[in-house]
Every structure is written in structure tokens, then in C-alpha cells.
Design a protein around this ligand. Structure first.
Ligand SMILES: [Zn+2]
Length: 396
């Protein structure tokens, strides 16, 4: 079924597209922001170094139209961001009202057009999924944005708009968020939609951003149809612990909800070494989870998974590029070598990122020292969470 590197044949049942833009080669977010790092462009460069993408698989992202942004966002808020881009600064009144131009959500050149492009790309990706392809928008996954407020580095909530596009096709949507932070903006958007279920595995908000919510007991209500499954997890989570919890909840969610399509937010801040993450998971686990989701997704008649994948958090550029390259390989049905080709190593070295000497970032696509992490003991509180989540009213 799968092609090896070099042949570039796309296997039957894996028609995939990568929605990108040359725009992502520009630095965004200004200086000293965790997102002022190369991510999408670096990922694409690494994928190209592998020879793992063809021209037909590449799609140029379009800027979302205002009317599309307004499916979810307040008209005044959309206008305020556009105005900031034109003015070259954020007005003081907007700063307070919309949380724009702050340290968290800074002013930057093209602060409307760049996020509106990442958002247009998620809507486009949804249309590609409806038309029969798997779609990957690595610039998307801005899961914290609110209808009238920027939050957590997120200006427009592209996962919400991508899901809304799928809902307009009449599909039931399962949104699964493996970013290490709770998807508060997406959860709130669909709290009352029984045909959209959000599933989030995240760092407990007792010790991580955002400062509240995402609790095991936050699952919606009987009236609204229990649209939320939350799995808050402790610090220093290991591969074995993550996989135990994921394998406990995933088959049950699929069986009980029976979605028509899946939207996966694939932030990489679960990975050991992420500057904002507090877990110890490896790229191996990230990819194992992604592959599990691909293989169990609902399918079109020709076997193509109905799957929209976005990026998300991830603040170590080399970890991000490695993980999303492996993810793209899984989505497009390619078996690629974990040994990074010379040209890819050069692409990664050029970033000039301070490297952890224990990790061979430019040599291998995956973490070293896997065995130690996978075979580590599983803590009792994690076992308890894996059992308790199955007491959710939808999953019992
Ligand atoms: Zn995150």
C-alpha cells in the first residue's frame, strides 16, 4: 500500500493535500515571542528534503473572507484586527477590549492577513475533505481564540471555522486535540452542538495554561448532548502513560459518537524538550497517535479517511518540523526513513537553534532514548484518570 521514498507514488486511499503559503516564510509575532520561530516553512523544507511531496499535493492557502470569519467572530473584532494592520499599530481601546497588541497577542506586520490566511486554509482544508482528500493545514490549530477576543497567541479560531464548514455539509464532527494545552475556544464554540464532539488530552489547568477549565467533569449537559470529553493529565507525562490514556478513551469515543469526519489538532507541545510543554513524550508517541487516528477515521467510498489535520502549539522549531514531517508522511501514506537526509539536516542546522546535546535533532526524525520512556512506570493517578474518563455520560 505505501510507497517508499524515491518512488513518490501515492497509495490508493491516501489522497492528501498540504495547504501552505509562501507567506509563512515571513517572521510573525515580532521579536521574543514563542511563535517567532520558523515552523510551517521549515516543515515544508524538511518534507522537500525527503522528496515526500508532489506538486498535486500542494495547495496555496487563501485568505478567509470577512463573512467567513464572521461565522464565528464578532464583526467589530474582525474589523479591529484589520484596522490594526492598516494603521501599523493597535489602538489603546482595542488593546483592552480585544486583548490585541499585548505581550501574549502582539501587534505584528500583517497581523490580519497572516492569521486570516491560516484560517482560510482551514476552511479550504474542510472543503478538500468534503471533496475526498485528507487535508493538512500546519499553520492552523489556533484553538484558544474567542468570538470577540484574542487569546493564547490565537487571533482567529480556524479549527472552529473548519468544523463549521464540515457541519454545513451536514457531517457530525469529532474534534480531537492532542496539543498539550486545553482547547478552550473550540470547546466553548460547540458546547451546545450535539453533532460536534470535542476530545482534548491536555496538561491539567491546575498547573498549565489556560488557567481554568478542561476538567474531567466538564462534559456538557444532558440537554446539550454532552459535547465535550476532557482528559486533564499531570506533569511529566510519559509515552506509556499517554498511550494508556489515549487507548482507553479513543475507541470508546469513536464507538459512542460515530462521527462522519474527524478534525485533528496536532500541536506538538506534548513533546519532551518543548519550551512551553511540561511532558516527556516522544515523537514516536505523537506519530503513533496520529497513525491510530488516520487508520480509525471514517472513510469516503474509495477508502480515503475523512480527516482534516491542523497544526497547533509547538515552540521548538526542530521538534515541530520533525513531528509534522512524520505526520505528513503518515497522512499521505508514505514510509519515510527516520534517518534525516543530508539536505534535511542542513535545513535544520540553518535554523541556528540552541540544541540539547542529548538529542540528535538533525540526524533522526524521532527522539532517542525511547525505551526508557515507554517502559517507565505508569503512575496510579494516570491509571485512575484512564478509568474515570470512561464514566463520562457519553462513554459509559
Ligand atoms: Zn499548546
Amino acid at each position: 500500500m505505501t510507497a517508499s521514498v524515491g518512488s513518490l507514488a501515492i497509495p490508493a486511499g491516501r489522497k492528501a493535500c498540504f495547504v501552505g503559503s509562501t507567506r509563512y516564510r515571513r517572521r510573525a509575532y515580532g521579536a521574543n515571542h514563542p511563535l517567532a520561530i520558523p515552523r510551517v516553512a521549515l516543515t515544508l523544507d524538511l518534507i522537500e528534503a525527503y522528496g515526500a511531496i508532489t506538486p498535486v499535493e500542494r495547495l496555496e492557502a487563501r485568505v478567509a473572507a470577512d463573512f467567513e470569519l464572521e461565522w464565528f467572530h464578532d464583526r467589530e473584532y474582525v474589523a479591529a484586527i484589520r484596522r490594526a494592520e492598516v494603521l501599523g499599530r493597535v489602538k489603546q481601546t482595542y488593546r483592552e477590549r480585544y486583548q490585541l497588541g499585548t505581550l501574549e497577542n502582539p501587534f505584528f506586520d500583517q497581523m490580519f492577513t497572516t492569521p486570516a490566511t491560516a484560517t482560510g486554509a482551514s476552511i479550504q482544508a474542510a472543503e478538500q475533505v468534503i471533496a475526498g482528500r485528507i487535508a493538512f493545514n500546519p499553520a492552523g490549530g489556533m484553538h484558544h481564540a474567542r468570538p470577540g477576543r484574542a487569546q493564547g497567541f490565537c487571533y482567529f479560531n480556524d479549527p472552529v471555522l473548519g468544523i463549521m464548514r464540515l457541519r454545513r455539509a451536514g457531517w457530525r464532527v469529532l474534534y480531537v486535540d492532542i496539543d498539550a494545552h486545553h482547547c478552550d475556544g473550540v470547546e466553548a464554540a460547540f458546547r451546545n452542538d450535539a453533532d460536534t464532539l470535542t476530545l482534548s488530552l491536555h496538561m491539567d489547568t491546575d498547573y498549565a495554561y489556560p488557567s481554568h477549565g478542561g476538567r474531567l467533569t466538564d462534559c456538557g449537559s444532558a440537554e446539550s448532548g454532552y459535547a465535550t470529553v476532557n482528559v486533564p493529565l499531570p506533569r511529566a507525562l510519559t509515552d506509556g502513560e499517554y498511550l494508556l490514556v489515549f487507548e482507553s478513551v479513543w475507541p470508546r469515543v469513536l464507538d459512542r459518537f460515530r462521527p462522519d469526519a474527524i478534525v485533528l489538532q496536532a500541536g506538538t507541545d506534548m513533546l519532551a524538550g518543548d519550551p512551553l510543554g511540561k511532558w516527556r513524550c516522544t515523537t514516536q508517541t505523537f506519530l503513533a497517535v496520529a497513525e491510530r487516528i488516520v487508520e480509525s477515521a471514517p472513510r469516503h467510498a474509495d477508502g480515503t479517511p475523512r480527516l482534516l489535520v491542523t497544526g497547533g502549539g509547538g515552540y521548538h522549531p526542530l521538534l515541530v518540523a520533525r513531528a509534522w514531517t512524520g505526520l505528513w508522511a503518515a497522512l499521505s501514506g508514505r514510509a519515510i526513513s527516520t534517518a534525516i537526509p543530508d539536505r534535511g539536516a542542513e535545513v535544520l542546522r540553518r535554523v541556528g537553534w540552541d540544541q540539547d546535546e542529548e538529542e540528535a535533532f538533525t540526524e533522526s526524525l524521532i527522539h532517542s532514548r525511547l525505551d526508557e520512556r515507554v517502559n517507565g512506570t505508569i503512575r496510579d493517578d494516570v491509571r485512575e484518570i484512564a478509568l474515570r474518563v470512561l464514566q463520562h455520560p457519553l462513554l459509559r
